[in-house]
Design a binder for this molecule. Structure first.
Ligand code: FEO
Length: 399
C-alpha cells in the first residue's frame, strides 16, 4: 500500500522510513529511525527528486506508481549519489527505462561506479542549466561536500523551493508528520538535527558557508531535504543553527564534560566539577565516553563553548575510548573553544599532556594551563586544586 503526502499541489513526498536500521552509515545509532525522502513532481513532465535506500524501496515504488497513475516518469533528478538515496536507482531504471537521469557530471561518474552495467538516458547539468518541466523551471546549485563532492541542489525560483540534498535534514523517522511545523521541532527534533549535521557535515563548515552565499540572493520559501522534515514555516529555525555550526561558534556558554574512567575515580572528579558549575549557574553536560556514543558527544561539542576532558592514563597513553573521541573531534574540525583537562594515573599520569597535544591540531583553542592530576582516587586534600581549576573555568564562562 502506498504512503505519500502532498508537499504542494503538484509535489508529493514519496519517500519511506526505516526504523530497523541499527547504524546509519555503519557508524551512527539511529534509535528513532531515519527517513529517506524522495519527491515526485507532476508537472507537464513528471520529475522524481532522488530515490531511497533499497531497504525501503518496495513502498517507495508503490508510492511512485500511485502518484504517476499511469503517466510516464520523465526525469529523475539526482541531487546526491550516496547509496542511502540512490541504491534504489538501479531497479527504478529497470522499471522506468525511458526516464532521463538529470545529474552533475560527478554524479554521473558515480552512477557508473555503483552500477557498472546500468545503461540509462542522462542529461548532465550544472549551475548554468535550466530544467523546464512545464509550469516549473529548475536551476541547480553545486554544494560540494554537503555531503559528497557531486551534490547539486535543485532550486525552483517561482516557488522558492530548495531541494537541499542532505543539508537541513535530521535523524529520526517521519512518524506521519512531513512538515517541521507539524511537531515541536526544537523540543523534539533539534538534538537529532544537531547530531546529524555535526557528524555528517560538521567538517565542511566552509562549504556550508559557500552555500549560504549562493542562497543570499535567492528567496527560499520551502526546503525539501533528503532526511527529515520539509521546512515551509520558520525556516530560520534551522538556517540560524547552520550559520552557527558551520562557523564553529558555540550555541551556548556551557560546558561539555567528557570523561573516561575505569573504576569511577575520574568520573568522581567530573561530577565534582559539574556540581560546582551548576552551583554557579552554569550549564554542564556530563558524558562517560565509554557509554555514550561519540556522535552524541560530537553534537554536544558543537553546542558548548567550553570543554573539560577527564581521562585515566592507559598503556601510558589516553584511555582508548577518550582517544577515539578526541580523534573524532579533531576530524570534525571543531574550533573556537576553551578546553581544560583532568588526568588520572596510579603511577605515571600522562593523559592530560597527550590530550592537549591531540587537540592542538584544532584551530583557535584556548587551553586552561593547569590540568588537575589525580593519583588513583580523588582525595579531599585535592579539593583546593580542583576548586582552583573549576574557578578558572567559571571565571572564563562568566566573562
Ligand atoms: Fe543522506 Fe550523504 O546521504
Amino acid at each position: 500500500m502506498y504512503c505519500i503526502r502532498n508537499v504542494t499541489e503538484d509535489l508529493y513526498w514519496v519517500g519511506a522510513n526505516d526504523r530497523r536500521l541499527a547504524l546509519f552509515e555503519g557508524v551512527y545509532d539511529v534509535p528513532q529511525g531515519v527517513s529517506y525522502n524522495s519527491y515526485l513532481l507532476t508537472d507537464d513532465k513528471t520529475v522524481l527528486f532522488d530515490t531511497v535506500d533499497h531497504a525501503v524501496q518496495d513502498v517507495f515504488f508503490e508510492n511512485i506508481r500511485h502518484v504517476l497513475a499511469g503517466r510516464a516518469l520523465d526525469y529523475i533528478v539526482i541531487t546526491h549519489m550516496e547509496p542511502d538515496h540512490s541504491s534504489a536507482l538501479h531497479k527504478l531504471l529497470t522499471m522506468y527505462p525511458d526516464a532521463t537521469v538529470v545529474c552533475s557530471a560527478k554524479a554521473k561518474t558515480m552512477i557508473a561506479q555503483f552500477f557498472e552495467t546500468l545503461e540509462f538516458n542522462s542529461i548532465v547539468v550544472d549551475e548554468s542549466s535550466v530544467l523546464e518541466t512545464g509550469k516549473h523551471k529548475f536551476n541547480f546549485l553545486a554544494a560540494p561536500m554537503i555531503h559528497w563532492p557531486e551534490v547539486l541542489m535543485a532550486y525552483e525560483p517561482s516557488s522558492g523551493i530548495l531541494f537541499s540534498a542532505d543539508a537541513f535534514g535530521h535523524f529520526g523517522a517521519l512518524n506521519g508528520a512531513l512538515f517541521a511545523d507539524e511537531v515541536d521541532f526544537v523540543a523534539e527534533y533539534m538534538n537529532e538535527a544537531r547530531r546529524y549535521y555535526c557528524n555528517i557535515v560538521g567538517k565542511y563548515g566552509a562549504q556550508v558557508q559557500a552555500l549560504f552565499k549562493k542562497l543570499a540572493d535567492r528567496t527560499v520559501n520551502m526546503i525539501c531535504p533528503l532526511h527529515g522534515f520539509v521546512w515551509r514555516k520558520n525556516i530560520e529555525t534551522i538556517l540560524d543553527k547552520y550559520a552557527l555550526w558551520s562557523t564553529y561558534r558555540p550555541e551556548e556558554r556551557s560546558v561539555l564534560i567528557a570523561y573516561a574512567s575505569v573504576y569511577g575515580n575520574t568520573a568522581n572528579a567530573a561530577d565534582y566539577v559539574a556540581s560546582r558549575l551548576f552551583e554557579n549557574g552554569i550549564r554542564a553536560y556530563v558524558y562517560d565516553v565509554s557509554v555514550t556514543s561519540a556522535s552524541e558527544i560530537i553534537a554536544a561539542a558543537f553546542k558548548c563553548s567550553h570543554f573539560v576532558f577527564a581521562s585515566t592514563t592507559y598503556n601510558n597513553g589516553i584511555f582508548v575510548s577518550m582517544e577515539n573521541l578526541l580523534h573524532d573531534i579533531v576530524a570534525h574540525n571543531i574550533q573556537n573553544r576553551t578546553v581544560g583537562f583532568i588526568q588520572n594515573g596510579s603511577w605515571a599520569p600522562t593523559s592530560a599532556k597527550l590530550m592537549r597535544e591531540l587537540l592542538s591540531q584544532c584551530k583557535n583553542i584556548d587551553f586552561i594551563e593547569e590540568a588537575v592530576s589525580i593519583r588513583s582516587a580523588l582525595k579531599e586534600k585535592q579539593q583546593e586544586e580542583l576548586d582552583t581549576f573549576t574557578n578558572v573555568l567559571i571565571s572564563l564562562l562568566q566573562n
